[in-house]
Design a protein around this ligand. Structure first.
Ligand SMILES: C[S@@+](CC[C@H](N)C(=O)[O-])C[C@H]1O[C@@H](n2cnc3c(N)ncnc32)[C@H](O)[C@@H]1O
Length: 252
């Protein structure tokens, strides 16, 4: 395990199931764990295609979430004092709900990320996937707090292009950070990948702790966070819906 401090961010390289229990509590978990194994199998069998010029994944360096979901949910619920947000395929939402509730997290709802540029299904044997889910649960005591009023949990953002095969759009992560957290809060992403959650958190005046097991992705996250820390904060008291988010996308 190695820790690296970058401004208000600390990132670790290693297995989050081992590292997370050794850290103190955090305010919120906002994370993008590996997808369900169905997608990992499709990638390994060369059944994923892309239309954006990027090479389609031929398998991932990491396994699907299924085998470690229960332990990941237990570990994250135990460490969080506020929200747990985790990306999932629709197929994984029920399993996430069961795992979070078994860990005594308070299930809230499922949000939806609509991908207007999702790859069509080329074999014509059914609909292409055009969205991902984000499961949400409250891990603290007292009232759940968010900054969205009565807003619907539906977000439309083009997919991200960058140094990680499943990187999330920075604009989407910024919207989640603004809606679910407050300036100064400590946000944790135990499946950090290339660090998009951390870049969004730091840009908006939150603190961040991230964990990534793959050295190459950890290195990308380190570079992105260093670049972000060197820039001024964004106006974090402006509602998410009013942020000029498209202009804020980084090159990844
Ligand atoms: C879906 S990706 C996250 C992508 C990220 N949201 C981004 O924008 O780049 C999930 C990441 O979790 C990492 N991972 C898988 N198992 C892990 C574990 N046990 N501990 C820490 N990281 C892990 C993988 O290496 C992968 O980079």
């Amino acid at each position: 395990m190695s820790a690296h401090r970058i401004g208000e961010a600390t990132i670790y390289r290693g297995d989050c199931l081992e590292i997370l229990p050794t850290l103190g509590p955090v305010d919120h978990m906002i994370t993008d764990p590996p997808y369900e194994s169905v997608i990992h199998r499709a990638a390994a069998e060369g059944r994923i295609q892309r239309t954006d010029g990027q090479a389609p994944p031929r398998g991932f360096e990491f396994d699907g979430i299924d085998a470690i979901r229960d332990e990941a949910a237990r570990t994250m619920v135990a460490a969080a004092r506020g929200w747990l947000l985790a990306f999932a395929l629709a197929e994984g939402v029920g399993a996430w709900r069961d795992a979070i509730q078994a860990a005594s997290g308070k299930w809230d709802t499922t949000l939806c990320w609509v991908k207007p540029d999702a790859t069509p299904r080329f074999n014509g044997q059914g609909a292409a996937r055009g969205f991902e889910c984000i499961v949400s649960a409250w891990c603290g005591t007292g009232h759940r707090r968010w900054q969205g009023g009565g807003k619907r949990g539906v977000f439309t953002h083009p997919t991200a292009k960058g140094g990680h095969p499943t990187a999330k759009p920075l604009a989407l992560m910024m919207a989640l950070v603004q809606l679910y957290t407050r300036p100064g809060d400590l946000i944790c992403d135990p499946f950090m990948g290339s660090g998009t959650t951390g870049v969004a958190a730091i840009a908006l005046g939150r603190r961040f702790v991230g964990i990534e097991i793959e050295p190459g992705y950890h290195e990308i996250a380190r570079r992105r966070l260093e670049a972000r820390v060197a820039q001024p904060l964004l106006p974090f008291d402006v509602p998410a819906t009013h942020q000029p988010v498209l202009a804020l996308e980084d090159a990844g």
